[in-house]
Design a protein around this ligand. Structure first.
Ligand code: DX5
Ligand code: ZN
Length: 215
């Protein structure tokens, strides 16, 4: 299993220290949650903080934009050196165009679905994206409870990917721990985002290893 710990649950007063152990861990990506107070009812951090983190982080960045009009920030996200630019399906009208623009900017396009957005809406873009992120909580806050219907969506998405011969990875975000992680692994997830479960644990690097071992 690939693991993308979410910085949202880190100690923001000690980002350098957090990034030191993180860089030495077996995490696959660093997941960065950008919130604008419009698309979601919360505000997290913006580009000044992201630039600082990007300089400190030695892992590929998975930038999850919970913002309206994410297409306005393609250049800024590319300048961070982001690996995935993850935009919400619900925040964009011209998905095909924006996905192409993200790729032209040198990043891997990823699209995120809120819990109430059906997987079937992806059928015409599934071959154009490198990853689909299914939210397993309503976006905006860390530490929420996993929504169990996500497991059915993972199976549905796995089938869509198979049918369309897409290479997209399936990523899940929200309420991930060892129990939900095991269920998600069995349903066909490729990448797990984990915020509070990793950063809130006594031995975060070992927690990452335990999640990575799920299959
Ligand atoms: C929620 C964010 C998540 C969040 C997950 O809107 O997209 O990435 O950090 O936090 P946990 O793992 O605590 O549910
Ligand atoms: Zn996220």
């Amino acid at each position: 299993m690939l693991i993308a710990p979410s910085l949202l649950a880190a100690d923001f007063g000690n980002l350098e220290r957090e990034m030191q152990w993180f860089n030495q861990s077996h995490a696959d990506y660093l997941h960065l949650d950008v919130m604008d107070g419009v698309f979601v009812p919360n505000i997290s951090f913006g580009f000044p903080v992201l630039k600082h983190v990007a300089r400190l982080c030695r892992k590929p960045l998975d930038v999850h934009l919970m913002i309206v009009e994410p297409q306005k920030f393609i250049r800024e996200v590319a300048d961070l050196g982001a690996y995935y630019m993850n935009i919400h399906f619900e925040a964009v009208v011209h998905h095909h165009r924006v996905i192409q623009q993200i790729r032209e900017a040198g990043m891997h396009p990823a699209v995120t679905l809120c819990p109430s957005t059906p997987v079937a809406l992806l059928s015409d873009i599934i071959r154009d994206v490198d990853m689909v992120l299914l939210m397993s909580v309503n976006p905006g806050f860390g530490g929420q409870k996993f929504i169990p219907q996500t497991l059915r969506k993972v199976r549905e998405l796995r089938q869509l990917i198979r049918e369309t011969e897409s290479h997209a990875l399936i990523e899940i975000d929200g309420g991930v721990n060892l129990q939900t992680g095991q269920q998600l692994a069995e349903a066909g997830a490729d990448v797990l985002v984990a915020g509070s479960f990793v950063f809130g644990s006594q031995q975060p690097a070992e927690t990452i290893d335990a999640l990575k071992a799920l299959s």
